[in-house]
Design a protein around this ligand. Sequence first.
Ligand SMILES: [Zn+2]
Length: 91
Amino acid sequence: MADIETLGQLWQEGWRISAKCPDRRRDGLKTRRHQCGWKAELDLRTLLVTRGPGFPLDRLSAVVMCPRCKRRDIVLSYSAPAEPVTRLMTG
Ligand SMILES: [Zn+2]
């Protein structure tokens, strides 16, 4: 992974972002079962339009929220493109 630090770089390299709401909650000493477990692939183009291509990835976790249970500590995971991005080599 070449230094990818922004949404724009992630998009250009063909990476994808998935979000998952943890299915258990740590509450003091007790670990409670949390019944959400919502997950989805994020629409990178929408993020690009709303946040801008220069938006740093390390700030993304601060602005996401689970739409089902409204928790803010959902887990983001980045996945590399399944096939290598082929670039046109001219000459
Ligand atoms: Zn949730």
